[in-house]
Design a protein around this ligand. Sequence first.
Ligand code: FE2
Length: 291
Amino acid sequence: MPAQMQIESVPLADALGAEVHGIDLSVPLSGETVAAIRQTWLDHQVLVFRNQHLTDAQLTDFSRHFGDLDTVPGWEPFSPSGHPEVLIISNVRKDGATIGVLGDGEASWHTDMSYLDQPPPGSLLYSLEVPDTGGDTCFMSMYAALDALPTDIREAIRGKSLNHDSSHDSAGNLRSNHTAFEDVSGAPGAQHPIVRAHPETGRPALFLGRRLHAWIVGESVESSEALLDRIWEHCTRQEFTYCHQWQRGDLLMWDNRCTMHRRDPFDAQARRVMHRTQLKGDAPVRAAASA
Ligand SMILES: [Fe+2]
């Protein structure tokens, strides 16, 4: 019998984020409970569930309530046995090899895999081991950043698209199957409207992907860089963000369509182990009507 649970959510910051109480994610949930979680997610963009105790099967069962799950080509060795939809994010090494991806370094602000034609709508990240300090994950509301965007910038990006480079990872490293380039207007990747409409809420949101190697289509590289610098300076203000200090047993889910995230580095000697699922992209990015 699926469990019907009363959801209570407490906002974590002005712009985004809510902590959800009263939910045990390890048990099957009723349709009403799932619908309430989805609405809370759409309202707050990032949800935090504390003190969870999840197996990989329970993590994937819960994640599937929100869409089909993705697998990332090339990262198969970093999935737990029997769970190809789960990706291990970790710096821990075993028998000389790392058990997961992303190491211990900083990850700069980004939207996951925005260089795809149909980027993933969201992700869920569950913590099994966390360092005492460091490794915080911060989120930015792209609704709030757009709402407060100066009028002249808004006019300058009206109707424009951004090229989302596919050749570098979120640490800025060139991916192994790509070649280096000087001119960002020649970067491989996908082009998306800079102001998108969220497909479920209808709200317009900035859609930036990541700063490095981005290019506003049709602009000279010089003017694209100048405009992007201004947009990013505006977006990275603290008032648009929530930073999460991880505890063991936290499950976070974020909406990749209206948020960006970044990660602090942490002590390389400390252990950090997270299991992640990612929702599969199922629609192209649409421009907001006002854009
Ligand atoms: Fe990410």
